[in-house]
Structure formats: structure tokens, C-alpha cells
Ligand binder design. Structure first.
Ligand code: SF4
Ligand code: SF4
Length: 319
């Protein structure tokens, strides 16, 4: 009975600030592990074919071998019984850089600005569970798959997860909880109905990574695989493909499921001419002037500054 009250309290508090969630039993992780392994055996992820792409090997070997995610919940939180999966609304941010008196606006995708929101959520969940004599701990799990299977989200043709009321402007997070909260419906992964007649993301993808008759995108063609890693960006990726400081927003920006929701773009203060020059000349965040570093920190770019520096240089590179 108490667990019904705990769940109701958490969901009421979180819903009031726009966060949506679902609960599943930790035992569902067996299904998640099976789904991930199926990726390898079904041929949808083929390490052999992509053996010359270090980024592909690095990312998918870790996923398939079970090293990327941690399914041993008792090791993380002793007595873990439930998993709370949450979708937190997060707009795309736009930041300006000044070059020769002109402002160049560049986008930062939703899931790269989550430090402050994550910290608040973490504090809220831990203290709320604590008042009922229980614990919560952040879990390192395949979040999109978990969200879709729990009923919280649906996949788009672009393999991104969509949540009612947010579209894909969100970040996902999951927590182990050491009590058996009432569960939501576990189901097979589903794709949004609208995707069956829509091809907008496919046509808007600069690298043609989205294939009409495939369930998963061609990861080896997706910009995200390259500009979120330190390895050299391959030559076949043209300058005009780059569209964000990190990651890529092209398959989301014109998606009808996102166009329904307003106010999803937040504009941050622009870096002036001197700061923009400084950023282009400085590879390490620690070597930036204090004023520029503060902005980088506030914009939550500091942790991946080395990638941002490389990606931004590519975006503004002279032909
Ligand atoms: S753009 Fe169309 S096909 Fe692509 S995810 Fe959105 S609704 Fe689905
Ligand atoms: S993230 Fe970019 S490159 Fe990857 S599928 Fe979407 S549009 Fe294509």
C-alpha cells in the first residue's frame, strides 16, 4: 500500500513540472539484455562489415558485450526492485558566435544540456525516497529501449524516442528503487503510427542514414557516431552535413511530432568576436580565459569542450 502512495507522490510532483515517467520491475532487464543481444544476432548491427570504422567498433562492441550498460542491479543498489524511467522536457538550445561582425547560430541538441536538471531530479528522488525509508540510485541502462518498452515513449523512424507532450525534445534518465513500486505496462518496442506514412526525417538526413524499410538506422552513416567521439571525422562527411555543436538535429527538426510543440528553442547569449577567435584557437577548456570558460560552463559545454572545439572548427571552416 505504501508503495502505491510513494509512486503517486513522485509522479504527482514530477508531472507538475512537466516530467513524465513509468515504472518497471528490475526483472524486465532480462528482456532488455535479450533485445540488445538480438541486435547483434539479427544482423542489424554488424561489427564485421564495419570493422574499419573504429567509432562503430568502439560503441557497438561495448553494447553487445554488455560492457556499456550495467544490468547487475544488486551490485549498484542492494535490494533494487523497481526501475523508474523518466522523460524530462528539454528544448534545443541555440548559441551564437561572432565572426567578422556576423553572428553564426549553432544548435545544441536537447540531451546535451541536462546537468542542472539532472542534479535537481537526483536530489529530489533521493530525498523523497529517503522520507519513506527507501533509496534511489541512477542506473546506467539503454534508456531509449527501456522508455519504449515501458510504454513511456515510442520510437520514430529515426530511432529517436518520442514522448507525448514533448516530442523528442527531452532527455531520459532511469533510477533503481529498492521497493516494488506499482508497475506500468511492459510491451514490445513500438514505432509511432505517423511514421508509417511520413518520410520527413529520412529526406532531411544529410548522410542518408535512415533507410525506408529498416527498423534501425544505418549507424555507420549517422553523424552522431563521428562527432561525439575523438577519432578523426572521415572525409566522406562534408562540411555542409555538420549542423550542431555536437550530435545532429536534422532528423528531428522538421518532424511533425516536434512541430506540434512551441517554445522548443532557447537562445543563449552570443560569444563575441574575441571569444569566438579564442575558442577556435584553444583546444583545451582549461586554457580559456575565465570569462569565456564561465560561459562554456554555464552552457554545459565544458565536459565535451575538446569535441565542441573540433566540431565548431569544422562548421566554420573556409572551403
Ligand atoms: S519525421 Fe516523420 S517518419 Fe520521421 S520520426 Fe517524425 S513522424 Fe516519424
Ligand atoms: S542524427 Fe543526423 S545523421 Fe543521424 S540519422 Fe538523424 S539526421 Fe541522419
Amino acid at each position: 500500500m505504501q508503495t502505491t502512495i510513494i509512486k503517486a507522490k513522485i509522479f504527482e510532483d514530477l508531472n507538475s513540472i512537466g516530467i513524465k515517467g513509468a515504472v518497471v520491475s528490475v526483472e524486465r532487464l532480462q528482456d532488455i539484455e535479450t533485445d540488445i543481444l538480438h541486435l547483434a544476432t539479427s544482423g542489424e548491427v554488424d561489427l564485421e562489415i564495419n570493422k574499419d570504422i573504429p567509432q562503430y567498433q568502439y560503441r557497438y562492441e561495448k553494447i553487445i558485450s554488455g560492457k556499456k550498460y550495467k544490468y547487475d542491479y544488486n551490485n549498484d543498489l542492494k535490494g533494487a526492485k523497481s526501475i523508474l524511467i523518466l522523460a524530462v522536457p528539454m528544448p534545443v538550445h541555440q548559441v551564437g558566435f561572432t565572426i567578422n561582425g556576423n553572428t553564426i547560430d549553432v544548435l545544441i541538441p536537447s540531451d546535451f544540456m541536462q546537468r542542472n536538471a539532472s542534479k535537481e531530479l537526483d536530489e529530489y528522488l533521493k530525498s523523497t525516497l529517503n522520507t519513506y525509508g527507501h533509496k534511489a540510485l541512477k542506473a546506467k541502462l539503454p534508456l531509449k529501449l527501456l522508455a519504449v518498452r515501458s510504454g513511456l515513449a515510442e520510437y520514430g523512424r529515426n530511432n529517436i524516442s518520442y514522448v507525448e507532450g514533448m516530442g523528442s525534445r527531452l532527455f531520459l534518465t532511469a533510477y533503481y528503487v529498492d521497493c516494488q513500486l506499482p508497475e506500468d505496462n511492459w510491451r514490445e518496442p513500438v514505432r509511432m503510427n505517423l511514421c508509417s506514412t511520413c518520410r520527413i526525417c529520412m529526406n532531411n538526413c544529410p548522410t542518408k542514414a535512415i533507410i525506408d524499410n529498416k527498423r534501425v538506422i544505418l549507424a555507420e552513416r549517422c553523424l552522431v557516431l563521428y562527432n561525439e567521439f575523438e577519432d578523426d571525422i572521415p572525409n566522406w562527411i562534408k562540411k555542409e552535413y555538420h549542423n550542431a555543436l555536437i550530435g545532429c538535429v536534422k532528423c528531428e527538426e522538421k518532424c511533425p511530432m516536434n512541430l506540434r510543440y512551441k517554445n522548443q528553442l532557447v537562445t543563449l547569449s552570443t560569444f563575441n568576436e574575441e571569444q569566438t577567435k579564442e575558442i577556435l584557437q584553444t583546444k583545451n577548456a582549461d586554457d580559456l580565459s575565465l570569462e569565456t570558460y564561465k560561459m562554456i560552463y554555464d552552457y554545459e559545454i565544458n565536459e565535451y569542450y575538446h569535441l565542441f572545439h573540433r566540431n565548431f572548427s569544422l562548421l566554420v571552416k573556409e572551403d
